[in-house]
Design a binder for this molecule. Structure first.
Ligand code: GAP
Length: 474
């Protein structure tokens, strides 16, 4: 019967399917595109919205988390307090001949991977240890020169010095482009949460432990954008900061690690393509940090970070704003600065992961079938409705059923071509259920419902289709 071969899918296959079927387009494509920016097409925007909705429900439809939507532009002092002005930068190096620009740490990582592929494990480990110990530009430069690391595209090794490059996009408030009016596009959503700690605490009457969640756009002027939606200059994040009593942070860190892992599992992600990777280097204020990584077609990459950030963030904003961001526990009669457990996941990066994860190529009765096996909650269209033929009252019946379903679900109507081809078109965009109106429908009011994954059909009363689809999605 069907054999799957999706494990070897290339990024090019995903990018081309995403464009052909209207998931993702290059930004400003008719002008040659804009590097590191992508547009979501009709199906992509549904997938993205479904991912965000699943996250929002999981994180905020509970008593101890509140949602917010903060402004993208914030007071410039926010980014001084957060440390972004001083240190949100990457080490950058240029090839003097080709003028190509790279992140110095990525060049070294590439070299480590090359050594591992050649089986030179000891050398790879030694180089990795040096990379982990390096923090300033001179150290990265030293490693690149010492190991004669070449430009991966040209093979040349004529390098400039390494310089630190701040990733924040700067712009100006008002008509004058002067330093006093400079602001930044936020590079993360988290700071909008920290600065609203007291507002949310007082207005919602929450008690510690409680969390604040937010979904929104972030911007980073990445030195190299590559791998489709993985590293872009404009992207969306879904972040939640959970405020806890110092001393209870380790317990909540474990709790959120498990919750976030289960979120991916419950949305049908293939678990062998997910792993937890603890950070080897911790920021000075961090107590613990782990990444949930996904095995993308180009290798393992971070999807989400879960961090125990101690009282660093509220402490810094207290220091810079002069406003105490504290919690008073009336029962214990004690005042403290809460610790923060942060969960930070990319909505855009998750969209790419769910796309790669759902993709399968199969052979069915000697024919190739491309299918996106999205969890029904994430699928852009939940159901498609087909009249078997365009006569004998079938289109009228199908149009009415489609209209009824559309009130509750994103539903597709297709009356062109053989039914087998209509199934294939829906398989390729991941529609989990296809309903066909045929001769028997007109006699007894039943329709066939075909399941995308098993390709089995069952006959049910037409008025039961809405209930059936709703139940299967849930
Ligand atoms: N507040 C913590 C924070 O922002 P991060 O690890 O820098 O942490 C969190 O970002 C998540 O945001 C990442 O795991 C990734 O999914 C997503 N992300 C970060 N930079 C990105 C980029 N340039 N393009 C797409 N997604 C990105």
């Amino acid at each position: 019967m069907a054999t799957t071969s999706q494990t070897n899918v290339t990024l090019d296959t995903i990018v081309s399917l995403a464009k052909r079927r209207g998931f993702i387009f290059q930004s400003s494509e008719i002008y040659g595109g804009l590097n590191g920016c992508w547009d979501y097409g009709p199906l992509g925007v549904e997938l993205l919205r479904n991912i965000k909705e699943s996250w929002w429900r999981a994180m905020t439809y509970r008593d101890d988390i509140e949602g917010i939507d903060a402004a993208i532009l914030m007071h410039p002092r926010v980014w001084e307090a957060s440390g972004h002005v001083q240190s949100f930068s990457d080490p950058m190096i240029d090839n003097k001949i080709s003028k190509k620009r790279y992140r110095a740490d990525h060049l070294i990582e590439g070299e480590i991977e090359k050594l591992r592929k050649k089986g030179r494990t000891e050398q790879a480990d030694a180089l990795e240890a040096k990379l982990n110990a390096a923090s300033d530009p001179a150290e990265f430069y030293q490693i690149i020169i010492e190991h004669q690391i070449q430009d991966p595209e040209t093979g040349q090794a004529e390098w400039t010095e390494v310089r630190q490059f701040n990733l924040m996009f700067k712009t100006y408030i008002g008509p004058l482009e002067e330093s006093s009016s400079a602001v930044y596009l936020r590079p993360e959503t988290a700071q909008g949460i920290f600065v609203n700690f007291t507002n949310v605490l007082q207005s919602s009457r929450q008690k510690v432990p409680f969390g604040i969640a937010q979904i929104g756009k972030s911007f980073r002027n990445e030195i190299n954008t590559k791998n489709f939606l993985f590293r872009t200059r404009e992207f969306e994040q879904m972040e939640m900061q959970f405020f806890v009593k110092p001393g209870e942070d380790a317990k909540w860190y474990d709790y959120w690690r498990e919750q976030r892992w289960n979120w991916f599992r419950d949305l049908g992600m293939q678990m062998e393509r997910l792993r937890m990777k603890p950070h080897e280097k911790l920021a000075h204020y961090a107590r613990a940090a782990v990444d949930i990584e996904y095995q993308f077609p180009f290798g393992w990459g971070e999807l989400e970070g879960i961090h125990n950030r101690s009282d660093f963030d509220l402490g810094r904003h207290t220091e810079y704003s002069g406003k105490k961001l504290e919690y008073f526990d009336q029962v214990a009669n004690e005042r403290y600065t809460p610790f923060v457990i942060e969960t930070a996941v990319g909505a855009s990066r998750s969209t790419m992961a769910f796309l790669c994860d759902a993709y399968a190529e199969e052979e069915v009765k000697g024919e190739k079938r491309n299918v996106l096996r999205f969890h029904p909650k994430l699928a852009p269209y939940k159901v498609a409705v087909f009249p078997l033929v365009n006569k004998d009252g079938m289109p009228e019946f199908a149009t009415k059923l489609h209209g009824d379903l559309q009130r509750s679900f994103k539903a597709f109507y297709d009356d062109s071509g053989a039914v087998g081809r209509r199934y294939r078109r829906q398989d390729e965009i991941g529609t989990p259920f296809c309903v066909t109106i045929d001769g028997q429908t007109l006699e007894d009011g039943t329709v066939t419902v075909r399941d995308r994954d098993t390709m089995q059909q069952e006959r049910i009363p037409a008025e039961g289709v809405g209930g059936y689809v709703g139940q299967r999605i849930a």
